[in-house]
Design a protein around this ligand. Structure first.
Ligand code: HEM
Length: 135
């Protein structure tokens, strides 16, 4: 096999792996329910609910849905602000971050997403800690 053919095969495999995470989460409707569920739980969460007080919660749900779809290989293009810009001024710390991740895990549990699939999504979101957490 030529080096080029090997490269194309590898690229195809990488793309298939990405598409599989979106599919493994359950596709468009499931991703929307997971994102909405994570935000509903966070708004109702006594640990972090107050951070959403002055926000357009419907917008956050729509953009989180779009972002997860985009990052997992779904047919979406994230159109929101950067993670740094949208969380600046919220004074979030690591405990806040962990609370939101917990709520996301609960939303995925409710959707019937398996542990390994959950961890694949969390591995993609974890590096955002550096842009979201400022305290
Ligand atoms: C990996 C972690 C996170 C992701 C992927 C994420 C994703 C997002 C997205 C996509 C938006 C919308 C951006 C826009 O308006 O253009 C947003 C906004 C927001 N997020 Fe997060 N977020 C994360 C962590 C957190 C945490 C830990 C909190 C609070 C505990 C939080 C609270 C908020 C709030 C309050 C807004 C609305 C800000 C505003 O009103 O402009 N987020 N987030």
């Amino acid at each position: 096999m030529t080096a080029f053919a090997a490269l194309m095969l590898a690229a195809g495999a990488a793309q298939a792996a990405d598409a599989t995470l979106y599919e493994d989460l359950g596709g468009a409707d499931a991703v929307a329910r997971i994102a909405h569920g994570a935000i509903d739980r966070s708004v109702a969460d006594p640990r972090i609910g107050h951070t959403f007080e002055n926000s357009n919660v419907d917008r956050v749900k729509r953009l989180l849905t779009e972002q997860i779809c985009d990052l997992t290989g779904g047919p979406c293009e994230y159109s929101g602000q950067t993670m740094e810009a949208s969380h600046k001024g919220l004074a979030l710390d690591t405990a806040d971050f962990n609370a939101l991740v917990e709520n996301l895990q609960d939303a995925m549990d409710e959707e019937g997403v398996g542990f390994r699939t959950q961890n694949r999504l969390l591995a993609i979101l974890a590096p955002m800690h550096r842009d979201v957490v400022t305290e």
